[in-house]
Design a protein around this ligand. Sequence first.
Ligand code: ATP
Ligand code: MG
Length: 456
Amino acid sequence: MTASELDLALVPKDALGICNRLRERGKRAWIVGGCVRDLLLGRAVSDWDVCTDALPDELLRAFPKAIPTGVEHGTVTVVVNKVHYEVTTLRGEEGYSDGRRPDQVFFVEDLVRDLARRDFTVNAIALDPTTGHVEDPFDGRGDLERKLLKAVGVAEERFSEDGLRVLRAARFVATLELDLDEATARAIRPTLSTYEKVSSERIRDEWVKTMKAARPSRAFEVMREHGLLEVTCPEMLEGVGMVQNKWHAFDVWGHAMACLDASRGDAVLRLSALLHDVGKPRTREFNDAKGDYTFYNHEEVGANMLGPVLERLRFSNDERARIVHLVRHHLICFAPDWSDAAVRRWVKRVTPERLEDLYALNDADIRGKGRPVDDELENARVLKARVAAVLAAGATLSTRELKVNGRDLMTELAIQPGPVLGKLLDALLEQVINDPAQNERELLLRAARELVAKGL
Ligand code: ATP
Ligand code: MG
């Protein structure tokens, strides 16, 4: 192996098999794009792509069972041992009048022309599956060594062809831990009108993929600096440069970034970390007595802002509900002198199902303050232990677990179905949360009678 070769043992046999079948038919084929880049970086490869000079109809003859994914653009999907391989005819592209897809693709013989239509030099590398030779006409490997993400050709032209590329740039800066090449970075702002045409679904998908990075903030810093967030989520910019209080080392934006990077969990959890303080700028007030800023109710204001933001970005109802709930409850004011009843009340409010999420968000929130936080982490540990203890003791947290139900109340107290019944059950639950010994049928009926007598 020389410096311009890669070890073919790293490529799945089935991917090499696809290339071989094409060679047997007198065609050429290469492993290409992101997978070669990831091999060179020593990273796990998620999907393998093949490019070939075989035309689409030849491809379908060579692989009769292939799925014609985008056969008019030359792409078919070959499934081997349940793994999907995208096989694409070498092509050029022309005219991007809608800023999303080429008006026309044409098939070419020349590998270099195909690589030239790709977005970044690090993504424009091909691997010859017979020799292990790396075809790298745009010096993508050099850029990987220099840790640079650089557009193929003239960046401004490439970005005005397809608005998604600037967002992919931000994502790759984070996931591949590269820096944006200067000329490539400069080309983003002048092409934002093309970025504006990118669909919300694709933006959401890129954001979600970004969350796999060790430090997703790298992508969001690119989006802030070069204007993408102005288009997609101006709400997040309200906190840029906004000083917080003495508890924080960072401005509101900087804290969101630190919290995002410190968060551990799936993409939705990390999005909650990114957005948890979005309500702060709209609630900041200077408190003379404290001599500091306050952000009263920012969690509620933020939760209310996020519903529409997340809808705009086409997150599902479940994802939206989870993020909004986490943001609404992220401020945890626990102190060790809380009574067990207070702990139970808190668990009921945040719901037991969301506890793990909230712990994870709280941990990120604490670590994202940029100052020593051992005492706060200890406090969070104590809360967790206290919650575990009240749950282990079998805390009653919903009206369904009360020893009386609506029917009992209707027959025993002769009340009619209606909202009063629900209110009564809620009031009884409140009493049981305060004192679990109250969860006995007779005690609850007596309490219910008293409540009704008081006019509830
Ligand atoms: P990942 O799979 O990690 O998201 P990738 O670079 O493999 O990254 P894919 O979407 O799988 O991205 O695309 C495969 C290849 O197709 C890329 O490496 C690149 O060469 C090319 N490509 C994808 N999207 C674009 C685009 N919008 N503009 C130009 N080339 C693109
Ligand atoms: Mg890929």
